[in-house]
Design a protein around this ligand. Structure first.
Ligand SMILES: NC(=O)c1ccc[n+]([C@@H]2O[C@H](COP(=O)([O-])OP(=O)(O)OC[C@H]3O[C@@H](n4cnc5c(N)ncnc54)[C@H](OP(=O)(O)O)[C@@H]3O)[C@@H](O)[C@H]2O)c1
Length: 310
C-alpha cells in the first residue's frame, strides 16, 4: 500500500508538491533524500530504531503504515509517540493504535499542538471520521452497524460460488485487501479493531479489540451458504456498536441477513457503515469496489487537510 501512496503522490505532484524524504521498513531497509525519493527508491541499511530514522529524515509529517497488530497495536503506537516527541504531525492507516490507545494519543497530540489523522483506517478514503467531523456538527453518535472488512466479503462471495475458504483468501491477497496475516480477517480481528477504533473516536468508548464480542467466518461452507440462499438469506461479517445504559457494547459476527437487507447488498471489496445519530437519524457511507488506491487516497486526504492548516 505504501507504493500505491507513493504513486498517487507522484501523479499529484504538480498541484501538491509533497516530498517523501525518508522511508523506513522492516526488511527492505531505510531510504533518505531531502529532495524527494522516487516511487521505487534504493534502500540502504535499516536504521537501528525508528527514533534514529526520524532524526535523520526530519519530516514535517510522519505516515505510519506498518503491519497491523490487532492484539496490542504495537509497535505502531511507539512509532507515533516517537513522532510526537519530535513535533511531527502524524497520519496513520494502521487501526491498531486507534483501537488500543486513541484517547491517550489524541490527548498527547493536542498537548503538543500537533495534527493526528487516521481517515483510512476504516473504509479507506471514503468519509467516515471526516463525515462526522465536517458534516455532522452537534450530532451524537449512539451506535453504528457496518460491513467493514473487505477480505471476508471476498471470501464469502467465493464460498457462494462454490469455492473454498483458502481460494477466497488467495483472491483477497491477489487484490491486496487481505491483512499480512489473513487469519486476522477471517477470525474477525480486523473488523474488531475497526469496531473498537470507530467506537473510541465517535463514541469515546475507550475500549480495545479484546472488548469486542467477536466471532469470524471460519466455519462457513459453500453448502451452508447455498442452503441459506434457497431461503432468501445471505451472510455478512457485521460490526455493531450500541449504547446500553451509558456503556458501549461492541460486536462482530457473521450474521444471517435477509437478502434485501442493505448490509447484504455489499459485495466484493465494497463496504458500508451506517451511523445511528441523535439528530440526523441513520446516515452512512458506502464504498463501492475500492482498491489499494482508495486506501492511498485516505492518507492523501489527511495529508492535504493537514497541509492546509500548516
Ligand atoms: N492494504 C489495505 O487495503 C489497507 C487498507 C486500510 C488500512 N490498511 C492498513 O495499512 C497498514 C499497511 O498495510 P499494507 O497492506 O501496506 O501492509 P504490508 O504490505 O504488510 O506492509 C507493511 C509495511 O510495514 C513495514 N513494517 C512492518 N513492521 C515494521 C516495523 N516494525 N518497522 C518498520 N516497518 C515495518 C513492512 O516492511 P517490509 O516491506 O520491509 O517488510 C511493510 O513495508 C496496515 O496497518 C493495514 O491494516 C491497509
Amino acid at each position: 500500500m505504501g507504493r500505491a501512496f507513493a504513486r498517487l503522490l507522484a501523479t499529484q505532484r504538480k498541484v501538491f508538491p509533497f516530498r517523501i524524504v525518508g522511508i523506513h521498513t522492516l526488511r527492505h531497509g531505510s531510504a533518505f533524500d531531502q529532495r524527494g525519493l522516487p516511487v521505487e527508491p534504493e534502500f540502504g541499511p535499516r536504521c537501528g530504531a525508528v527514533e534514529e530514522f526520524l532524526d535523520r529524515a526530519r519530516p514535517n509529517i510522519v505516515i505510519e503504515i506498518t503491519t497491523l497488530n490487532p492484539a496490542t497495536g504495537k509497535p505502531a503506537i511507539s512509532h507515533i509517540r516517537a513522532a510526537f516527541a519530535r513535533s511531527m504531525h502524524v497520519i496513520t492507516a494502521n487501526k491498531g493504535p486507534i483501537a488500543h490507545a486513541y484517547a491517550s494519543l489524541i490527548e498527547e497530540a493536542r498537548r503538543a499542538v500537533l495534527e493526528f489523522r487516521f481517515e483510512s483506517i476504516v473504509m479507506d478514503g471514503a468519509p467516515v471520521f471526516n463525515l462526522v467531523r465536517n458534516n455532522l456538527p452537534g450530532c451524537k453518535i449512539r451506535g453504528f452497524t457496518g460491513v467493514v472488512n473487505s477480505t471476508t466479503n471476498v471470501v464469502i462471495q467465493a464460498l457462494e460460488n462454490g469455492r473454498t475458504l483458502q481460494e477466497g483468501i488467495e483472491e483477497a491477497q491477489r487484490i491486496g485487501v487481505a491483512e499480512a496475516d489473513a487469519s486476522y480477517d477471517i477470525d474477525g480481528w480486523d473488523a474488531a479493531a475497526k469496531t473498537a477504533a470507530l467506537a473510541n473516536v465517535l463514541m469515546d468508548a475507550r475500549l480495545t479489540p479484546l472488548d469486542v464480542d467477536r466471532r469470524g467466518i471460519g466455519r462457513l461452507t459453500p453448502e451452508k451458504l447455498a442452503d441459506l440462499r434457497k431461503q432468501g438469506k445471505k451472510v455478512r461479517l457485521v460490526a455493531r456498536a450500541r449504547l446500553v445504559k451509558d456503556a458501549v457494547k461492541l460486536r462482530v459476527r457473521s450474521e444471517v441477513l435477509d437478502e434485501n437487507d442493505i448490509l447484504a447488498g455489499v459485495r466484493g471489496t465494497s463496504n458500508i457503515l451506517v451511523l445511528d445519530t441523535d439528530l440526523m437519524g441513520k446516515v452512512g457511507t458506502v464504498e463501492l469496489s475500492p482498491g489499494v488506491e482508495q486506501t492511498a487516497y485516505g492518507i492523501f486526504s489527511d495529508l492535504v487537510d493537514i497541509a492546509k492548516a500548516l
